[in-house]
Write a protein that binds this ligand. Structure first.
Ligand SMILES: Nc1nc2c(ncn2[C@@H]2O[C@H](COP(=O)(O)OP(=O)(O)O)[C@@H](O)[C@H]2O)c(=O)[nH]1
Ligand SMILES: [Mg+2]
Length: 379
């Protein structure tokens, strides 16, 4: 039976059903007291345009998903995509875009900081030919208003400047979380996006350009508002993740975004190792070999816990997987250690430069540990 014949049977549905022209994707984490008001405001702004709202919620402990499900029983055009055991704004946006048939998708925060009233203007610009329309706080006529603290504003300015270095195109607000894009353009770039980021817009712009499909960009100014209810999820980890994304784009993708964080964690591990070694040899008066074994185990545990909670926060291992994960992490690091010594020794035999050989060995084992633990421990 063809799709057409099914719709003949469901004549009633056919006459009342208008496929959405626009899907409004709302990433949410603990936004229970914002979603209903957001829905109402977007509904008012979009008027007759066929649209739908998809709230992508990472199983918020405050019950945001239940509130959205209640709304779905009242309004036909809102639904919740609830994800379990995962966190991440960028991947939430992509998955929301993937479950709609609407030709245009907008991303808007749940906390009412973005001005939904400009959505019709954004849609108009996209229908007129733009691939991407950015809601901009910094374009002529826009403003960051009182929505950003002084510290956040300075950070945002710096992040904007860094983004300008990789964007390759003029965009006044590359860190914006408010934009509208052609669905097929977004999904074409989706497989190559850094799924663990907070800032998906700049990634979409750079990735599309690198794929030879640069986006035609338009901007619509608006005034950023203070958050309605709840708290911001911005934290220092997100800043480091953004720097990781930046380093990755600056190196033309040679270094993956999470490598920076993995490397920083490894750096702290060296400090922990040396401190533990000093403690076992000096305070506990243990011999060198025993102290070195203990310090190695402590540093590995330290690295594992930090990577699990920071580098791979979006796919954190829990329960029994924590034990098997730690064992695989130790086994892989041990192999990395052997690789380190073999490479360093080979280089040392060749040029007798201790520092060069040591550094080459360390880089070799970092890359090995990163690549293999990513493939096996945090797959
Ligand atoms: N699904 C999902 N949404 C998130 C996550 N982190 C933040 N959000 C949502 O992304 C939007 C922007 O986050 P917010 O905390 O307001 O960031 P800020 O505006 O930069 O302070 C809000 O709607 C959040 O609820 C996450 O891990 N998963
Ligand atoms: Mg916000």
């Amino acid at each position: 039976m063809s799709i057409g014949s099914v719709s003949e049977v469901l004549l009633d549905t056919q006459t009342t059903f208008h496929p959405p022209q626009l899907a409004v994707i709302v990433p949410s984490y603990n936004e229970r007291d914002n979603v209903e008001l957001l829905y109402e405001k977007v509904a008012l702004a979009l008027g007759d345009t066929p649209w739908e709202m998809i709230v992508v919620d990472d199983d918020s402990p405050d019950g945001t998903a239940e509130v959205v499900n209640e709304l779905s029983r009242v309004y036909a055009n809102i639904r919740c995509l609830r994800r379990f055991g995962r966190r991440g704004l960028a991947s939430a946006c992509v998955e929301g875009m993937a479950v709609t048939s609407a030709p245009f998708v907008a991303v808007i925060d749940a906390d009412l900081q973005h001005d939904e009233a400009i959505l019709p203007q954004m849609l108009e610009a996209a229908v007129a030919g733009a691939d991407l329309v950015v809601g901009s706080r910094f374009a002529e006529g826009g403003s960051a208003g009182s929505g950003l603290s002084q510290t956040r504003l300075s950070g945002s300015n710096l992040a904007n400047r860094l983004a300008g270095m990789i964007a390759g195109q003029a965009v006044s607000d590359p860190m914006s979380g408010f934009f509208l894009i052609r669905r097929e353009a977004a999904l074409a770039a989706a497989p190559r996006l850094a799924s663990d980021g907070f800032k998906i817009l700049i990634d979409l712009i750079v990735t599309s350009a690198r794929m030879g499909r640069p986006l035609r960009i338009a901007e619509v100014p608006y005034t950023f508002r203070p958050r309605h209810a709840g708290e911001s999820k911005m934290n220092p980890l997100i800043v480091i993740q953004y720097l990781g994304l930046w380093v990755s784009k600056m190196t033309g993708g040679a270094l993956p975004p999470s490598f920076l964080l993995f490397g920083l964690v490894g750096g702290t591990g060296v400090v922990v190792h040396l401190a533990a070694l000093a403690f076992f040899t000096s305070v506990l008066s243990q011999g060198f070999v025993v102290s070195q074994i203990a310090a190695t185990l402590i540093a590995m545990a330290w690295n594992f816990v930090l990577n699990n909670n920071l580098t791979y926060a979006d796919r954190k291992l829990r329960g029994a997987k924590l034990i098997t994960g730690f064992l695989s992490f130790c086994a892989i690091c041990a192999l990395g250690g052997i690789a380190n010594i073999s490479v360093a020794n080979a280089i040392y035999q060749w040029d007798h430069q201790t520092f060069v050989a040591g550094l080459a060995g360390a880089i070799m084992s970092s890359v090995f540990n990163y690549a293999v633990t990513r493939a096996f421990t945090w797959k």
